[in-house]
Design a protein around this ligand. Structure first.
Ligand code: A3P
Length: 230
């Protein structure tokens, strides 16, 4: 099955909510960083191939109808060319708010430190953080990077192929873009900084793949419950 939707938005732009929303609308399963972290032993070798320059996209996305979040957003241009029928959704938010969010979660200095020399460091450097060089903690640089990213995506795609989805928006624009009915349930709101910081891997358990994977599966289930549970 070829991908139908490619998420071009960077991490911390509501990608987990978007993943659950797309799955709810029938465009799932939707790939996300949590798919890798919850099955790292199977999926990490595929991503090492990507960062070493020999991606097998069809193998990576086998069984998936859509993809959002890091690391796939890094490759949105390649994926849009590889899956020419796929539509693109750029999830985005206020650039300063994005920096505040990444700096306390996925790019928090202590988290980035804990990943160096870990089993995932080549992957993280190649597919996620390498783009920032030594500037990952510099607000001004990162805010400018984020704005340029948004401009690049919007300037590169024909408007009919692209939806810009701003954090806080509800179902209507997405449903309109995808040609599906608006669900009765509220649009998901998951993976807040508080959610994520409560599920942090420690340096100890990141080196025990079974434990790290199980923790991430549990987190994904908890976020699904939060989004659509009673
Ligand atoms: P904060 O870190 O500011 O809380 P991602 O899933 O890509 O990592 O993004 C998570 C960020 O998006 C979190 O930001 C979360 O609060 C915010 N978010 C997710 N869904 C949202 C929604 N429906 N409305 C507003 N913010 C949302």
């Amino acid at each position: 099955m070829a991908l139908k939707i490619i998420g071009a938005g960077l991490g911390r732009t509501g990608t987990l909510s978007l993943k659950l929303a797309l799955e709810h609308l029938g465009f799932g399963p939707c790939y996300h960083m949590l798919e890798i972290m919850s099955a790292g032993r199977e999926r990490m070798p595929q991503w090492l191939q990507v960062v070493r320059g020999t991606p097998d996209w069809d193998a990576i996305f086998e069984g998936f109808a859509s993809t959002v979040d890091y690391p796939t957003c890094t490759y949105w241009r390649e994926l849009a060319a590889h899956y020419p029928e796929a539509k693109v959704i750029l999830s985005t938010r206020d650039a300063e708010g994005w920096f505040d969010s990444v700096h306390r979660t996925i790019f928090a200095p202590e988290h980035i430190d804990s990943l160096s020399d870990s089993p995932v460091s080549e992957f993280m450097q190649g597919a996620v953080t390498g783009a920032f060089g030594d500037h990952i903690n510099e607000r001004e640089y990162m805010v400018e990077y984020f704005r340029r990213w948004e401009e690049d995506v919007t300037a590169s795609l024909p408007p009919e192929r692209l939806l810009v989805h701003r954090l806080g928006e509800s179902w209507e624009p997405i449903c309109d873009f995808l040609g599906v009915p608006v669900p009765d349930q509220p649009y998901p709101r998951v993976n807040t900084s508080e959610d994520m910081l409560g599920n942090r891997d420690t340096r100890e358990n990141i080196n025990i793949p079974e434990e790290a994977e199980a923790r991430m599966r549990g987190y994904l289930d908890a976020m699904r419950d939060k989004a659509f549970g009673d």
